[in-house]
Ligand binder design. Structure first.
Ligand SMILES: C[S@@+](CC[C@H](N)C(=O)[O-])C[C@H]1O[C@@H](n2cnc3c(N)ncnc32)[C@H](O)[C@@H]1O
Length: 370
């Protein structure tokens, strides 16, 4: 499959998840924090990438799936169990007959609530009781599926539907309660599975020929792989925007990943950070760049000599000032030993919507070479 002509891509849009909303498989799980398949393809084509690609903040697997579709080997990690599940499900190869057999069993599940639902108070506020009960019934039945791949496939479909029946909307970094009439989960869930199965049936033969990528639940601040084991890194770290990613996915994490800490730390930047030097920079920014330094150091070690690393990120707005993260990250990377090849500015974001500040920040791709 051909990547787009470098001249034709709208970078301001390509750094968002929006283009993925209409692309088969990429649209199985909407992840506002993600970028688009076309951005990955554009980078691969423009910089003539070959070999194994790493995404240490893989989110829902956009880099990994785009790489697989182009026949590349890839590996990714994320701290969020929800993101890791989505990345796995979207990048696996399936036996369609087995999936369909399991689907017919799921269609037959009787949604008879058994007594009152056991859930924490905050979760009960997010759903009509009956809806939550039915989600839990489906979840319980899916958990009985022995085949891991098939189980994960249906679980992701159910998680993706949870957002649609929730009495709240994801706004920026928070969940805002909304009033809506009860929406039955069953038709939405069945429609979602049909859509996912149809995508697999219609997948052109030349798409998805790459090997299934390896997806790890891991922290990018730790060394993930052997030294000099990847040819390229394409990634987007969490932005320095003070958004606690997990708040937005509180319901999904609480219902489907109970054994995990709901308040999982899913952002770069130490919570209890002690500043080493006197500076005007907010503590959160100092902590952020310290963590980014660890990540860049690891990336430097894992990359093969001459390998390229692409970091897609945005600047941060604070009430009284802005921080352009591309320049700061480029400085840190150069200190580590990377050569700065280019900073590709993709768009400008006005701060007034984020921090009531009248400034603007850039969203860019920092291109580094080892
Ligand atoms: C900007 S998003 C990347 C989205 C991805 N490009 C996609 O299209 O799905 C950043 C991701 O980093 C993850 N993350 C945050 N802190 C992390 C850490 N310390 N190690 C690994 N992943 C982390 C978040 O869970 C989030 O999925």
């Amino acid at each position: 499959m051909q990547a787009q002509n470098p001249e034709e891509i709208n970078l301001g849009l390509a750094v968002t998840f929006i283009p993925n909303k209409t692309i088969p498989i990429h649209n199985w799980f909407y992840y506002k924090e993600g970028y688009s398949k076309e951005l990955v393809e554009w980078l691969i084509k423009k910089w003539k990438i070959s070999g194994k690609i790493l995404d240490p903040f893989c989110g829902v697997g956009t880099t990994l799936l785009a790489a697989k579709e182009l026949g590349f080997e890839s590996i990714g990690c994320d701290v969020s169990p929800l993101a890791v599940l989505a990345a796995h499900v979207k990048t696996r190869d399936y036996n369609l007959e087995e999936l369909k057999q399991e689907f017919s069993k799921i269609r037959g599940i009787k949604l008879m609530p058994e007594g009152r639902v056991q859930a924490e108070k905050w979760m009960k506020r997010l759903f009509y009781t009956k809806t939550l009960e039915n989600i839990l019934i489906y979840k319980g039945e899916i958990e009985k599926i022995k085949d891991e791949k098939i189980k994960d496939f249906f679980m992701l479909a159910l998680i993706a539907c949870t957002d649609m029946v929730m009495l709240a909307t994801k706004q920026g970094g928070s969940l805002r309660l909304t009033k809506k009439p009860p929406i039955p989960i069953k038709p939405i869930f069945i429609r979602k599975i049909k859509h996912m199965v149809r995508d697999l049936e219609r997948k052109p033969v030349n798409v998805g020929q790459g090997k299934e990528p390896e997806v790890l639940q891991a922290d990018a601040r730790e060394m993930l792989l052997e030294k000099e084991s990847v040819d390229c890194i394409i990634t987007s770290p969490p932005y320095l925007n003070k958004i606690e990613y997990t708040t937005v996915y509180k319901a999904e994490l609480g219902i489907f990943f109970k054994h995990q800490e709901t308040r999982l730390r899913a952002f770069i930047g130490e919570e209890k950070f002690q500043a080493e030097n006197e500076t005007d920079e907010p503590l959160i920014a100092q902590a952020y760049f310290k963590d980014i330094e660890k990540v860049l150091q690891n990336c430097y070690e894992m990359l093969k000599p001459k390998g390229l690393a692409f970091f897609e990120l945005a600047g941060a707005c604070f009430p009284t000032h802005t921080i352009e993260c591309d320049e700061r990250i480029a400085e840190i990377a150069e200190r580590i030993g990377f050569k700065l090849k280019e900073i590709v500015v993709c768009r400008e974001i006005a701060c007034y919507r984020i921090a009531g500040n009248s400034g603007k920040v850039r969203e860019s791709i920092v291109v580094l070479e080892k």
